[in-house]
Design a protein around this ligand. Structure first.
Ligand code: NAI
Ligand code: AKG
Length: 380
């Protein structure tokens, strides 16, 4: 839909319609390095936007755009739920992480991040690693989660995996009155930075895991890790993971995996995993609820990495990060209880909590002019 305005500028309303919930979307195109990226800032009510950068061989710009819009919105909720003073943002780089990475590409990306002058802080996500951003920090300070040797807080997938483990324990406690992980079966999709650490922890705790990954080397590696533990590993084909009869489905790869094709297949008691945007649409949360499958809202349970990178911006403190990551356990139990009491889905219960916090901050922002910076300020 195009409309001709008085000053003769044609405005494409469709594109603004698409971004209508977002504050800013930046397209980055740098032919010398081959960089094609999109940065989306969803909402900065609580503070500057914060969220990782994903790299994927997206099939189209539309697919990349949809991903970054959904992911950045999720970050607004994740920051609100984890009680962080940051807003929601995310970036995607279009390209195969196994082939298209270069120092030049990550430096060019850094120049775009720098141009936002602190409206957006970023680091790793699916398809990117801490080492990639060692190039980016040559161009900008607005990067987090680089190795400790480079002044960062290190691998954010460690607290993310810890948070999911707390989420699994809390869910076990809610369902069975014991938070022991042992003796239960977990179907894990994706053995990357987060999924692998969860799988290892579960094996050591004496759990049975069923795993899948498109990278067969990771399957072989987790099979080796089972040796000497009281846990077991079974590997299945990628699509088979949805059919596994297990206590938990643990999605740790792509988003949108709970959709019309998969939701009817699931034969688990609960879904608790690190993947962002697990539900293709909100109604899939309702279908899980109606099937009696307890769903741990993804942005509650996978907040550990975010907690670490947010903390880094004030000067890293591992104890503070651990305490906040542990709080995922209680936060999740509260959400389960509220959903039960109010006859709503767990996503509705979690969203309510976040929207309340955003609304309170909006009212505060209107009341006080932001003429002074808060005491607990981001280090320059
Ligand atoms: N790294 C972090 O700290 C955080 C990650 N997340 C989310 O958790 C998920 C995993 O993140 P990472 O472990 O960092 O990513 P990663 O890129 O290290 O690992 C993803 C793994 O999934 C596998 N995979 C991709 N498609 C698959 C498919 N169709 N079936 C099975 N396996 C498949 C990949 O081969 C890879 O091993 C993503 O959705 C990410 O956004 C969320 C919060 C923080
Ligand atoms: O985990 C990170 O490094 C950043 C946070 C993030 O992007 C996420 O939680 O999805």
């Amino acid at each position: 839909m195009k409309q001709q305005l008085e000053n003769n500028v044609a405005v494409d309303h469709d594109i603004f319609q698409k971004f209508s919930g977002h504050e800013q979307v930046v397209f980055c195109n740098e032919p010398a390095s081959g960089l094609q990226a999109i940065i989306a800032i969803h909402n900065t009510t609580l503070g500057p936007a914060l969220g990782g950068t994903r790299m994927r061989p997206y099939e189209s710009v539309d697919e990349a755009l949809e991903d970054v819009l959904r992911l950045s919105e999720g970050m607004t909720y994740k920051c609100a739920a984890a009680d962080l003073d940051f807003g929601g943002g995310k970036a995607v780089i279009i390209g195969d992480p196994n082939e298209a990475k270069s120092a030049a590409l990550f430096r060019a990306f850094g120049q775009y991040i720098d141009s936002l002058n602190g409206r957006f802080y970023t680091g790793t996500d699916m398809g990117t690693t801490m080492d990639d951003f060692v190039h980016t920090i040559k161009e900008t300070n607005f990067i987090n989660g680089v190795p400790e040797a480079f002044g960062g807080s290190g691998d954010s997938s460690i607290p993310t995996a810890q948070g999911v483990i707390y989420g699994l324990k809390a869910t076990n406690m809610f369902l069975s009155g014991s938070d022991s992980l042992a003796g239960k079966c977990y179907a894990i999709q994706g053995l990357g930075k987060v999924g692998f650490k969860i799988a290892e922890h579960l094996l050591q705790a004496g759990a049975d895991i069923v795993v899948t990954d498109i990278n067969k080397e990771l399957i072989a590696l987790i099979e080796q890790k089972a040796t000497g533990t009281s846990g077991t590993v079974e590997a299945v084909a990628n699509d088979e993971i949805y059919n596994i009869e297990a206590d938990f489905f643990v999605p740790c790869a792509l988003g949108g995996i709970i959709n019309d094709f998969t939701v009817e297949k699931l034969r688990v008691h609960a879904v608790v995993g690190s993947a962002n945007n697990q539900l293709r649409e909100a109604r899939h949360g309702k279908i899980l609820h109606d099937k009696g499958i307890l769903y741990a809202p993804d942005y509650i349970v996978n907040a550990g990495g975010l907690i670490q990178v947010a903390d880094e911006l004030y000067g890293s403190n591992k104890e503070r990060v651990l305490a906040k990551t542990k709080a995922i356990y209680n936060s999740l139990v509260e959400i389960y209880k509220e959903a039960n009491m109010e006859y709503i889905t767990t996503v509705e219960a979690a969203n309510r909590k976040c929207e309340k916090r955003l609304e309170e901050q909006r009212r505060r922002s209107n009341f006080f002019a932001r003429s002074r910076r808060p005491k607990w300020n981001i280090r320059e």
